[in-house]
Write a protein that binds this ligand. Structure first.
Ligand code: SF4
Length: 208
């Protein structure tokens, strides 16, 4: 790539809540070191959201792709996780292209309620009823991870699973503050073994 083109990509800015090196705590890649990039801005408004501070992008500084890439590369992570907020409110082309050029795989965690953008190696769809995923995004879903509080959420999980490719990893995740969801999920997964359980293991080992 021409250095002018690279410089242009590195100059693209994103509103960022935080970026940090940690351990992926949830889903199919649990336990792997990862560089997390949390973009600001979300229009989904889940009432139980644990990152409400991320909703208003005006509250957070813009960071250049170049700065984000530098820190991700220095971290030694083999992959980056772009999360939010809702990361698909932003065009992720510059950030994802540059991460891949520097040798990092790119994962995204999204509600799927806006169009996919950028070069993505792993798409985790966490669909929210408050703003449903776009149908055009389903063919690209590698992992469907549904947060469960009650039975209605399992129905919602099945509704979304029907739209995913057969290879999609299907995971139900208990809502951290709702312990009753655990028995619900365990019973359901035993009866429906195409599903597995995702736990927020980072909360057990106290990493961000
Ligand atoms: S989509 Fe994610 S960031 Fe947005 S409100 Fe829901 S849980 Fe929070």
């Amino acid at each position: 790539m021409e250095s002018d083109e690279k410089a242009a990509l590195d100059a693209v800015e994103y509103p960022i809540v935080e970026d940090f090196y940690t351990i992926q705590g949830e889903g199919a890649h649990t336990g792997r070191p990862a560089y997390f990039i949390r973009t600001a801005g979300c229009d989904v408004n889940c009432w139980w959201c644990d990152v409400k501070d991320s909703w208003d992008e005006e509250k957070h500084p813009a960071m250049t792709t170049g700065d984000l890439i530098k820190r991700a590369v220095e971290s030694k992570a083999e992959f980056a996780v772009i999360t939010g907020g809702e990361p698909l409110l932003h065009n992720l082309e510059a950030l994802t292209v540059r991460l891949k050029q520097e040798g990092l795989d790119v994962h995204i965690e999204t509600s799927g309620s806006s169009p996919l953008s950028g070069q993505l190696d792993w798409v985790t769809l966490s669909p929210k009823r408050f703003k449903k995923p776009m149908d055009e995004n389903f063919p690209y879903v590698d992992e469907l991870k549904v947060v469960v509080l009650k039975n209605k959420d399992i129905e919602w999980a099945e509704e979304n699973a029907k739209k995913c490719p057969p290879s999609t990893k299907l995971l139900l995740q208990p809502e951290w503050e709702t312990p009753s969801s655990i028995k619900l999920i365990v019973d359901y997964v035993k009866e429906n073994p195409q599903w597995g359980i995702s736990l927020q293991t980072h909360k057990f080992i106290d990493v961000p």
